[in-house]
Design a binder for this molecule. Sequence first.
Ligand SMILES: *Cc1c(COP(=O)(O)O)cnc(C)c1O
Length: 369
Amino acid sequence: MANKILVTRSSLPEFDEYINEIQDIWDSHWMTNMGPKHVELQNQLKQYLMVDNVDLLTNGHMALELSLQALNLQGEVITSPFTFASTTHAIVRNGLKPVFCDIDPDTYCIDVTKIESLITDQTCAIMPIHVYGNICNVEEIQRIATKYGLKVIYDAAHTFGETYNNKGIGSFGDVSCFSFHATKVFNTIEGGAVCYKDEHFGELIRDLKNFGIHGPEDVWNVGANAKMNEFCAAMGICNLRHVEDDIRKREAVVNRYRERLDRVEGLQLNVIQENVKSNYAYFPVVFNPETFGSTRNEVFAALADEGIGARKYFYPITNSMACYHNQFDVNKTPVALRISKRVLTLPLYPDLSLEDVDRICDIILKCKK
Ligand SMILES: *Cc1c(COP(=O)(O)O)cnc(C)c1O
């Protein structure tokens, strides 16, 4: 079999670059607890992401979980089920009730025309997801939130470095949560961050990520442990030097996929949004079996036979996951349900060769009937 291709491949700096970066840790013996690497990466990201405030966390999930806790919410949170398990889990683990809104069939983000009908006197917040790096309708979401006095917490895990109308994507809503997991466009091995405007929120997050400890003899909140350590921050400092280059290489891969798969009957490629600087994080393709002739699962199997790992992402949708059995009616989100059964994200990472992209496209086009 030809060389195996996985759906993604984590970005790493040169070995020596990382070794150089962590030398200071041996000199100081300071390995975690908001050390100098943590401070340095935080400052660099504030600039790169073009936001007022950034706080680093141990992963993207804790960013979501602690944000909901810090906002001291109660009741129902409107969100969409076409996402990673993390978004819904963060709501439920805070003792809040997710209320699922369907998604837009083009951007796969929350369908803003369906939010208002889901608002009750229990609704406290909206938690939309910028799916695949596609930007939600942030203006309309803010209009609704303001009208009903709701908080907005974005799951921005897919949107590292993106801008909308030349504004950092983390500057919308009350809070935006990023993931720096190894599989994301920018990684700190494991890591995450919250971006926000309100200083008081930041103070709470800094306490909550360190057990709620406010001072040596003051524990003010029932916090968790979600501090980014110095080795992860050092990885982030190294990877940030190369992320622009990585995004340009991703763009070349995406352009090749588009050249090969554009205008093939039965395939829906990702939208290109106006006024958005994309990070080319994912290349999702929706297979419409009626017109393409093969199902998503058949294409998935054809690729797997050739050693190519595409991903059914997102499948299953979160409101149909086994842990939520019988709690939600998936037929209330029919678009999310349909897309989840038809979508594949294709391999995409900076060093994926254009020859390999061609090979992947050849296999897909052979499934066309
Ligand atoms: C990756 C991801 C998360 C979770 O981030 P971690 O850093 O892995 O904890 C949450 N939501 C979405 C949409 C993600 O893709």
